[in-house]
Design a protein around this ligand. Structure first.
Ligand SMILES: Nc1ncnc2c1ncn2[C@@H]1O[C@H](COP(=O)(O)OP(=O)(O)OP(=O)(O)O)[C@@H](O)[C@H]1O
Ligand SMILES: O=C(O)[C@H](O)COP(=O)(O)O
Ligand SMILES: [Mg+2]
Length: 420
């Protein structure tokens, strides 16, 4: 691991962008008068749920508490809005309800939290207008309304009309331009539009940590959102010294190098991009050398499983984790790093033994002495569940959002808010 090339121009660009769009001080929720006022607060309650719809990691809810308390403790009313998952508008969407998140919030606050079964319909309007000072209402999943993803102005106008002020405390969603992130605050021009504690804290931490990273700077990328996150690799190659690939992302690369991927999750339309990235990345882009695969995703504990060389996954099997050789190879790189950004588990960590790759990476971070930032709903759940949360420097609530920051992307959802 002797070579750590740095592309100075790309670093300058990132630092420039971080400097311009992140360090502009925004007005915070604590700085506005909320007594008897209604605050419409966008939070990211997109929490991981198990098959019985129990929340497996409530970090995103806990991290929103300071902003919610800031309003209710000062005699204000809070209407919370969030998305959960990616409902398609068809059968089975019930599993994306925010009802479990509203219930958990009530437990954490130790008070009744009202829940509306719609977002801009009769139930939401009735419950919003009867809200008393110090009370909280959670609206149903914003993405049940197609207007949310489309940034629809009419949908946004109805949400905006419910409140006297807007607060963005949804760090995990700050890279999105959904209606609740951009069109709603736009529709509330003239009323206070502020950031919450979580957004302020995350942006500050990530700006400080990644604007001048101590080197070697290693990025670890995995998880399931391949088409969302594969594009970021191009930029990561410019600013990091090594980029380690795991999770489902790995199989698109395998396909690009002519390997056999069986039934693995792949994005065929990203194969050309994967080829370009491999050519650009050279040794810096590190791919798995072996894969732990299985023949039944629905029954991982009981199915046939075996470790094969990367690119040799049998036709009736799928890749579910990095193999032990890859874990060892990645652990060596991680232990010599000084800054680490990790988004996306190395495998299906929810189902042992496919948690082994993720565990090995987490252990290597714990054994090393790098500043480590783990981002993402499921990645945060993984480090918590595997017992490593205290060994990382910062567990960010944003996966895609922290990667977007790393790219130096501007957040329209933050830029349009009031300045302090
Ligand atoms: N080989 C694989 N095949 C299928 N799913 C995988 C594989 N490896 C990891 N996963 C799944 O990826 C999911 C997490 O990916 P995701 O990209 O959502 O990460 P995240 O940390 O939640 O980031 P974000 O906050 O951006 O969603 C986990 O549920 C895990 O089971
Ligand atoms: O989990 C996340 O990264 C955020 O909640 C955003 O979700 P999305 O990727 O579905 O927009
Ligand atoms: Mg996720």
């Amino acid at each position: 691991m002797g070579r750590w090339p740095i592309l100075g121009a790309e670093i300058d660009l990132i630092q420039h962008n971080l400097g311009v769009s992140r360090q502009m001080a925004k007005k915070t929720i604590d700085q506005i008068d909320v007594q008897d006022k209604t605050v419409l607060m966008r939070v990211d309650f997109n929490v991981p749920l198990d098959e019985s719809l129990a929340i497996t990691d409530d970090r995103r809810i806990r991290m929103a508490l300071p902003s919610i308390k800031s309003v209710i403790d000062r005699g204000g009313k809070v209407i919370l809005m969030s998305h959960l998952g990616r409902p398609t508008g068809g059968e089975g969407d019930e599993k994306y309800s925010l009802a479990p998140a509203a219930k958990r919030l009530g437990e954490l606050l130790g008070s009744t939290v009202h829940f509306a079964t719609d977002t801009v319909g009769d139930d939401a309007s009735a419950k919003a207008s009867s809200l008393a000072a110090g009370e909280v209402l959670v609206l149903e999943n914003l993405r049940f309304n197609p207007g949310e993803k489309k940034g629809d102005a009419e949908f946004a106008g109805k949400l905006a009309a419910m409140a006297d002020a807007y607060c963005n405390d949804a760090f995990g969603t700050c890279h999105r331009k959904d209606a609740s992130m951009v069109a709603v605050p736009e529709a509330m021009a003239g009323k206070p539009r502020v950031v919450g504690h979580l957004v302020a804290k995350e942006i500050q931490y990530l700006t400080d940590a990644i604007s001048k990273p101590e080197r070697p700077f290693v990025a670890i990328l995995g998880g399931a959102k391949v088409s969302d996150k594969i594009n970021v690799i191009n930029n990561l190659l410019g600013i990091c010294d090594a980029v380690l690939i795991g999770g489902a992302m790995a199989y698109t690369f395998s396909l690009a190098s002519g390997g056999k991927v069986g039934n693995s999750l792949v994005e065929k339309d990203k194969v050309d991009l994967a080829k370009e990235l491999m050519a650009k990345g050279g040794d810096k882009l590190q791919l798995p050398v072996d894969t732990h695969c299985g023949d039944d995703f629905g029954n991982i504990a009981g199915c046939n499983k075996k470790v094969v060389a990367a690119g040799e996954i049998p036709d009736d099997m799928e890749g579910l984790d990095i193999g032990p050789e890859t874990a060892k190879k990645y652990a060596d790189v991680i232990k010599s790093a000084k800054t680490i950004v990790w988004n996306g588990p190395m495998g299906v960590f929810e189902k042992p033994p496919m948690d082994e790759g993720t565990k090995a990476v987490a252990q290597a971070i714990a054994d090393g002495d790098a500043v480590s930032i783990i981002g993402g709903g499921d990645s945060a759940a993984a480090v918590d569940q595997l017992g490593f949360a205290d060994d990382v420097s910062h567990v960010s609530t944003g996966g895609g959002a922290s990667l977007a920051m790393l790219e130096g992307q501007a957040f329209a959802a933050v830029d349009l808010l009031d300045e302090a």
